[in-house]
Design a protein around this ligand. Structure first.
Ligand code: PMV
Length: 295
């Protein structure tokens, strides 16, 4: 018997970094997915050329097999729609897809929350830090309002989110950016608490605006969120330049998405400005990532 499952990648819309410290964020999934295939085998074997860090698959299998007392003599193969280079969360997607494949293979029913909890354990074990927002996105799909560690996981009904995504050409390492910020917070806690409180206000307003498809307001909130990310010291000149360029080209708003230090920026764009915004990203030295969101 062979089973095949999948999980989607993600994009952070609002609230990155603050969400590591107990605040909420809003994340959405992308159409690109990672697929995991499992079959019985003589021995444990992983064939996952697209997975950047195999420990996510290995640890997931170890924790699952321990928890449900099943054996790991399996052949695990992965396939991917997207490169792990882009910050779409390939590690969290492969973790969730592996849990789903194992639960299908062994016919063990798991709730979404159980999948999330196991996946989050894997992330914490390997990265040591992280809010779990990416595991929640891969597990629940669509757009979700999320609080640290899955304290709140609330699906939001968001329609026709028209995002243009730009890649800044630099791969950022999320865990080291998070750890770097953590060490800076130690030295001036009140300054960062104020920033996080402001980001929280933005996230709460964005939640309402997203449900109401109030694009203009969402754009303004993205710009504000980006300013606070600059204050946190996680943006780069290139990301700032790309965000400014798209706003000048007619986007409702823009911000970096994810840990920062490179990777992606996102912009919310009126239909008739998409072409202009895309060229402005290229002119600013970025690359357009063509993926549908809110899937
Ligand atoms: O770099 P990404 O896309 O994986 O996003 C990281 C988001 C953070 O809030 C900085 C970390 C986290 O685990 O929430």
């Amino acid at each position: 018997m062979k089973v095949k499952t999948s999980a989607p990648g993600k994009l952070m819309l609002f609230g990155e970094h603050a969400v590591v410290y107990g605040y909420p964020c809003i994340v959405t999934t992308v159409e690109s997915r990672i697929y995991v295939e499992i079959e019985k085998s003589e021995q444990f074997k992983i064939d996952a050329p697209q997975v950047k860090d195999l420990r996510f698959v290995e640890k997931t299998i170890e924790l699952f097999c321990d928890k449900y007392k099943v054996d790991n003599k399996l052949l695990i193969k992965t396939y991917s729609d997207f490169s792990s280079q882009y910050g779409f969360g390939s590690s969290s997607a492969v973790t969730v897809a592996t849990i789903r494949a194992l639960s299908d293979f062994y016919k063990i029913e798991m709730s979404k929350k159980e999948i999330f909890d196991l996946g989050y354990k894997v992330v914490l074990y390997i990265q040591g830090v992280g809010s779990g927002f990416d595991i929640a996105a891969a597990t629940y799909g669509g757009t979700i309002y999320f609080v640290t560690g899955g304290k709140v996981i609330e699906p939001l009904s968001v329609k026709n989110l028209s995002l243009v995504i730009g890649y800044s050409g630099v791969k950022a390492d999320t865990a080291s950016i998070v750890k770097n910020l953590e060490s800076r917070i130690h030295n001036s806690e009140s300054k960062y608490t104020k920033i996080f409180e402001n980001i929280k206000k933005i996230v709460e307003q964005a939640k309402v605006s997203l449900i109401n498809s109030d694009w203009k307001k969402i754009g303004e909130l993205m710009n504000q969120n980006h300013k606070f990310l600059q204050e946190l010291g996680v943006s780069t000149d290139k990301l700032d330049k790309m965000c400014q360029a798209v706003v000048d080209a007619g986007a409702f708003g823009a911000k970096l998405s994810g840990a920062g230090g490179g990777d992606c920026m996102i912009s919310l764009v009126p239909e008739n400005k998409i072409k202009k915004v895309e060229s402005s990203i290229i002119k600013a030295g970025g690359e357009i990532l063509n993926v549908k969101t809110n899937i």
